[in-house]
Design a binder for this molecule. Structure first.
Ligand code: HEM
Length: 228
């Protein structure tokens, strides 16, 4: 692994693989969260399954968190290395002539997504870990002593989107996510060598994904804010 990461192409390849992995996660994350709008009972059941099934909790979730950390660290490493290479090889970077505005600003959109992720973890993930592993309540119930009280997941999620400031903050995060994906999705396919007769179709699909998924997240946040 360290051998791959020692070459510039290897680093780009590893970066692209982690990006593709995170995009699969994002689609999965969106599919579950849209259930909170479409069917609260199904959302509760799926959340409880995801939150308690050991394969997901102890195998897939750690892999995901390592993937997220790897992508951020590698993104900063690539940016620093690229900047150094650019200083040596070009007299000046000819701005829009040789790259798009978004491709040159991946580090900024990525940085804003990192801020969003930290806030998002404090809002959702850390309280979840706390309830399950510190308090020791794996029941998933509103009242752990009363089975009739039902699952707590939907209620907790809706509650988070009551303050308008959080909805606004999340929506800004989703817009940066769209900008990041608009360039990143295509770029990651190119880095893993998927440049063939399907390229045009992939480009179309990546645009739909890059705009559709963040728009869907915006819809979820606004829906819960106006329907609580
Ligand atoms: C309306 C939008 C969103 C909602 C309602 C939402 C909801 C949640 C919830 C409830 C959890 C805790 C899951 C658990 O551990 O039980 C979570 C975790 C997480 N979210 Fe989100 N999320 C949203 C958007 C996003 C976006 C856009 C990203 C990535 C850019 C993201 C990345 C993550 C990650 C990495 C975790 C931790 C791993 C996991 O538990 O699945 N989320 N989210």
């Amino acid at each position: 692994m360290s051998g791959i990461l020692n070459s510039s192409i290897g680093r780009k390849f590893a970066m692209a693989l982690s990006a593709l992995f995170l995009m699969v996660f994002l689609l999965q994350h969106f599919s579950i969260n849209i259930l909170s709008v479409l069917s609260p009972d199904t959302f509760n059941d799926v959340s409880h399954f995801m939150g308690t099934f050991w394969v997901i909790q102890y195998l897939l979730q750690p892999v995901l968190i390592i993937g997220v950390i790897f992508h951020f660290v590698m993104g900063f490493v690539l940016e620093i290395k690229n900047n150094k290479a650019r200083q040596i090889s070009y007299a000046k970077n000819n701005g829009g002539a040789n790259s798009t505005w978004m491709s040159r600003n991946m580090i900024w959109s990525g940085g804003f997504i990192l801020v969003f992720m930290i806030i998002h973890f404090i809002d959702f993930w850390i309280p979840e870990l706390n309830t399950k592993f510190v308090v020791g309540d794996m029941s998933g119930l509103v009242d752990p002593n009363n089975i009739e009280s039902g699952y707590r997941y939907h209620e907790e999620l809706v509650h988070k989107f009551v303050p308008i400031w959080r909805v606004a903050l999340y929506c800004v995060g989703f817009i940066f996510l769209a900008l990041h994906l608009l360039h990143g999705f295509n770029s990651s396919f190119q880095s893993v060598g998927a440049n063939n007769k399907y390229t045009k179709g992939l480009k179309g699909f990546s645009k739909i994904y890059a705009i559709g998924i963040p728009l869907g997240f915006i819809f979820i946040a606004l829906f819960h804010h106006f329907n609580h």
